[in-house]
Design a protein. Structure first.
Length: 215
């Protein structure tokens, strides 16, 4: 006998959106970004943040004049605006200024980023210009992933196999040309990769909104 019970709706309460964008024809831009990143690394000691065995640039991506950086910044602004409209269709983008900061991460063999979040921002994200799997073959597959950790530390429950909403962590193996965006409070880390002759080059950023009538 068929049940008379019907599902009216399924609401994503307290969910953590992870947006995955793919940049078409990214090879030329990625080549430019990697060259710019390595040129900067050669002339700057960088910063120490969550990076271990890796180089972290200053947080000045959105004021740089390199052509690759400028092109990527335009894509980031478009992606942040699009995602914001997806989660809040009535948000007044025109009535807000978008504030951004960004930096380059270059991780060598064994390099990683320790678990961290990005307080004081709304969205955080990362664009992948080069990952070891792209340059060193399948031997490095499965390494250098980014893993997101459930921020609800007081939750203790059994799980439903295959249901992401019950998982305590979520792992993404990025590819060059991908752009990930997620809430800044979502704790995450980058697993080490082991490729002696391959660098992992990514560009990370933070974004938030400021109402123009309060500026």
């Amino acid at each position: 006998m068929r049940s008379e019970l019907r599902l009216q709706r399924l609401e994503p309460l307290f969910f953590s959106p992870l947006a995955v964008f793919e940049l078409a024809d990214a090879a030329a831009l990625n080549t430019r970004l990697v060259a710019e990143a390595l040129a900067r690394r050669a002339h700057s000691p960088g910063l120490q943040r969550s990076n271990r065995r890796g180089w972290h640039s200053e947080d000045d991506l959105f004021s740089r004049d390199e052509p690759g950086a400028q092109a990527l910044c335009e894509h980031i602004v478009d992606a942040v605006s699009h995602l914001t409209e997806q989660v809040s269709p009535h948000f007044d983008l025109d009535g807000h200024d978008l504030q951004l900061e960004g930096w380059i991460n270059v991780l060598a063999d064994g390099g990683l980023n320790a678990p961290h979040d990005h307080p004081g921002w709304v969205w955080s994200g990362c664009y992948y210009a080069q990952v070891p799997d792209d340059v060193s073959g399948p031997a490095s597959a499965g390494e250098g992933a980014i893993e997101f950790l459930d921020s609800r530390t007081n939750v203790r429950t059994l799980t439903v196999d295959g249901a992401a909403c019950f998982a305590s962590k979520h792992r993404v193996q990025p590819r060059a040309g991908q752009l990930l965006i997620f809430p800044s409070w979502l704790r995450h880390w980058v697993e080490p990769h082991h490729a002696a002759d391959a660098l992992r080059v990514s560009i990370a950023f933070n974004a938030r909104f400021l109402r123009r009538d309060l500026a």
